[in-house]
Design a binder for this molecule. Structure first.
Ligand code: KMT
Ligand code: NI
Length: 172
C-alpha cells in the first residue's frame, strides 16, 4: 500500500499519477480508512469479516479477458461515487488504485497490491481503476443486505444521510 496525492495531470487513469507527495497511514485513518496487510492469510480476512458481521463475499477478476466490456466497466468504476455501506476490498492478485477525496476535496490515491485489505467508510467519495497491467483480482465483502449501489456524486449525494454521517465522523 502506498498513499499519495493524485497529480491531476490529464492522461490515462491507469498511470500512477503520483505527485510525489505521500500520505501517512494516520492521515488515511483520519479520513476513516483502515488498511491491513494480509499476504496469503485468508484467516485474518475471515476474522475481520466475522468481527464486522459480514456474511457474503465474491471474487472479481478485472481484466480484459475475464470481465465482459472491460473498458466500459473500468471507466464506470472511475466515476466518482459513494455507497451507503462501508466497502471492504481484499486484493488477491495484480494491483489497482482507489482514489478518495480528502477534507480539502483533493484526490488521494491509494495503491493496493496483493495482500492489501482496505476498509472504506460509507459516504466517502471515491473511484477505482486498474493499473497499467490491466489486472486486479479482488475479494469484495458485503453484509447480508448490501447497499453498495454506486451513487454518482451530485447535489443529491451531497445531501445523502450517509454522506452527512460520514462528514460528521470525519470533521467531528
Ligand atoms: C468500486 O466500488 O468502485 C469497486 O468496488 C471497484 C471494483 S473492486 C476492486
Ligand atoms: Ni465504490
Amino acid at each position: 500500500m502506498k498513499a499519495y496525492y493524485y497529480d491531476n495531470v490529464p492522461g490515462d487513469q491507469r498511470l500512477p499519477h503520483d505527485s510525489g507527495n505521500t500520505l501517512s497511514e494516520e492521515t488515511l485513518t483520519s479520513l476513516g480508512i483502515h488498511h491491513y496487510y494480509f499476504p496469503d492469510d485468508l484467516e485474518s480476512v475471515d476474522r475481520i469479516a466475522n468481527d464486522r458481521k459480514y456474511k457474503n463475499r465474491d471474487v472479481i477478476e478485472i481484466s480484459p479477458s475475464t470481465l465482459p466490456e472491460y473498458e466500459t466497466k473500468v471507466k464506470t468504476f472511475f466515476d466518482e461515487h459513494l455507497h451507503e455501506d462501508e466497502e471492504i476490498r481484499y486484493i488477491m492478485g495484480g494491483g489497482g488504485y482507489f482514489d478518495v477525496r480528502n477534507e480539502g476535496d483533493e484526490w488521494v490515491r491509494i495503491r493496493l497490491e496483493k495482500g492489501d485489505l482496505m476498509i472504506m467508510p460509507a459516504g466517502i467519495y471515491h473511484r477505482f481503476t486498474t493499473d497499467e497491467q490491466n489486472y486486479t483480482k479482488a475479494m469484495r465483502l458485503f453484509k447480508e443486505d448490501p447497499k453498495w449501489t454506486p451513487l454518482k456524486r451530485g447535489s443529491e449525494t451531497d445531501k445523502n444521510e450517509f454522506r452527512q454521517g460520514y462528514l460528521q465522523m470525519r470533521d467531528g
